[in-house]
Design a protein around this ligand. Structure first.
Ligand code: NCD
Length: 296
């Protein structure tokens, strides 16, 4: 997505912010349209906020829990999608463990059907990228280009990191540092123009934003991390490390957080944590995405 497209979505989300949690009713906007959340992987924040975003815009919302659906009886993902499409679903929000799975489903969907990627494998999580930018805008204003940002942790397996990197670069951020144990860093060829800093204390020095990531153990081969205690010591965010940020600096985490593994409770719950702000931004960001695709 281009800078213009991302900025347009963020402006739209910002204008919706006041209405995302009540306020003026927008239930006329997409009344009569149907949204289906189709999650082949676990989710709390993304699925629930897409459901609420659809409802606040007046949509009928179907939530399909794949653990109890017919895929368990051998139905293919494509047949599940076509079946739900036949019930009049206009838009699917899809999360899948496999890279590219959402694009594959989009290729078999009908011409008038929209698909929104809610996270596929380690590839992309575009609405998380949007909501993270929205949370940063709420703190630093619309121009994010001068921010110093570090992304810390399991970057190799993180679709959030990939979508955040894409968004930050598109929005002109040039001081973007990647930090993690070498076993959890992406291939050197993937982000050749980004700075990689091994030591966390150095990576976060003077940063305006540090984006912490969960260890994606479900996507890891065994043994990539020595022990959780060692990991926290080398790459965890605690109160002492927080002092190394710029005085205005904030800490983000897409959730779910593992307290004491990536982030200390005192930081997660402290005044410089944007974690719940990120969650709150998920609603307007997803409302903006739905409107962009479905309005008119
Ligand atoms: C993320 C995801 O599923 O990619 N969660 C989320 O959507 N907020 C990050 C994670 O699971 O660690």
């Amino acid at each position: 997505m281009s800078r213009e497209r991302i900025t347009g979505l963020l402006d739209r989300a910002e204008a919706l912010m006041a209405h995302a949690h009540g306020g003026v009713s927008l239930r006329e906007k997409l009344a009569g349209r149907t949204l289906c959340t189709l999650f082949f992987e676990a989710s709390t924040r993304t699925r629930c906020s897409f459901q609420l975003a659809g409802q606040r815009l007046g949509m009928d919302v179907l939530n399909v829990d794949i653990s109890t659906a017919s895929t368990k009886k051998g139905e293919t993902d494509a047949d599940t999608l076509r079946t739900l499409e036949a019930m009049g679903v206009d838009a699917f929000v899809v999360r899948h463990a496999r890279d590219g799975a959402v694009a594959d489903l989009a290729a078999v969907a009908g011409a008038g059907t929209s698909l929104l990627n809610a996270g596929d494998g380690r590839s992309d999580h575009p609405t998380q990228g949007l909501l993270d930018m929205l949370a940063l805008r709420s703190r630093f204003g619309a121009d994010l280009s001068a921010l110093r940002v570090a992304i810390v942790g399991d970057i190799r397996h993180s679709r959030v990191a990939r979508s955040d990197i894409h968004a930050l670069q598109a929005l002109g951020c040039t001081d973007l540092r990647l930090c993690g144990p070498s076993s959890l860093m992406p291939e050197a060829t993937e982000f050749p123009d980004l700075v990689r800093v091994d030591a966390m204390d150095e990576a976060i020095a003077g940063c305006h934003a540090v984006i912490m990531l969960r260890l994606q153990r479900e996507r890891m081969e065994q043994g990539l991390v020595p022990s959780l205690e060692d990991y926290f010591r080398s790459h965890g965010m605690d109160g002492r490390r927080l002092l190394r940020l710029d005085p205005t600096g904030v800490v983000l985490h897409p959730g779910p957080i593992n307290r004491g593994v990536e982030i200390a409770a005192e930081v997660a719950d402290g005044p410089r944590s944007l974690i719940l702000k990120q969650v709150a931004c998920g609603l307007p960001a997803r409302m903006a995405a739905l409107l962009e695709l479905l309005e008119g």
